[in-house]
Design a binder for this molecule. Sequence first.
Ligand code: UT7
Length: 326
Amino acid sequence: MIKARIVGTGSYVPKKVVTNHDIEKLVDTSDEWIMERTGIKERRVAERGQTTSDLAYEASHKALKAAGIAPGDLDLILVATTTPDTIMPSLGCVLQEKLRAKKAAAFDVYAACSGFIYGLSVANAFIKSDTYTNILLVGAETLSRFVDWEDRTTCVLFGDGAGAVVIQRHAGKRGILSAHLHSDGALGNLLYVPAGGALHPPTHDTIHKRMHYIKMKGNETFKVAVRALEDVVQEALEHNKVKPEEIDLLVPHQANMRIIQAMAKRLNMPLEKVVITIEKYGNTSAASIPMALDEAVRAGRIKDHDLLLLEAFGGGLTWASALVRW
Ligand code: UT7
């Protein structure tokens, strides 16, 4: 049976650390509030001039090295991002040039925080249809450029970073077992950036009204997220006829520690079986799962044949789950 298998991982975060205490100086908030409501202690922020493609490049380089292949071997580059360097060209194309991956086709997957699992599903389909053999999938974001540093309801949440995986065609039982994707455009107004697209192109007025920044109805998003994630995880378990106790490691999107804990409780999993990076990095959107995955790999937390459950929820709204036999 042909499977799409992750054969190398890598991640990268900017060096600059912004702590909750640093943010206390910008808006009316406190370390206690942020820790208690989100589990975030600090986040990384890109330096001036450092772009999403720079972070993606570093993570990709490490993933390629771990996989033991060269950029020239890649057939396809997929980048999950909502914060590309430019609207055009795509971040995929910018990264292709930086890597000098001349043979690879490249494009972006645009599904906010669920983007990495959406990308995993696209990679899986290309491998199963025998279209490509070596795929680089990257989740990369510089959300610090799109948060309103005067809005305490959002600026405390997000961070910058990138994670990458190399996915290859393999015969056997190891690899992506399933990916389930969902969207609900009717709830798009819970988490969005009002301007900068064709609806409201940039004008002095859109800038004056701070319309180029992320807006979120946090509490409503939270409630939808918990319900939707429970459903999509259940879908993955039923589809694969897997019981929660068979899962070796949960690799969740890192949006809120309370959402992660709710999922672990629902699956009756101790937190030792959950990869948690939110305290250090905050919510890095599409980058959070591949960053967490790489951290777990490098810490020796994943053994061959382990069963991994991935889940994510984000703007769109979008949500998704995947089961992976490592
Ligand atoms: O990754 C994409 C998907 N994103 C998510 O899934 C995020 C989901 N949402 C959340 O994580 C949480 O809803 C938040 C962390 C964003 C907010 O936590 P909450 O417990 O839902 O708080 P809330 O929005 O209901 O706000 C409670 C209070 C409000 O004050 P009042 O109206 O009760 O007086 C807020 O104004 O907390 C206030 N507040 C803050 N206080 C101090 C909001 N942000 C802050 C802040 N510091 N940074």
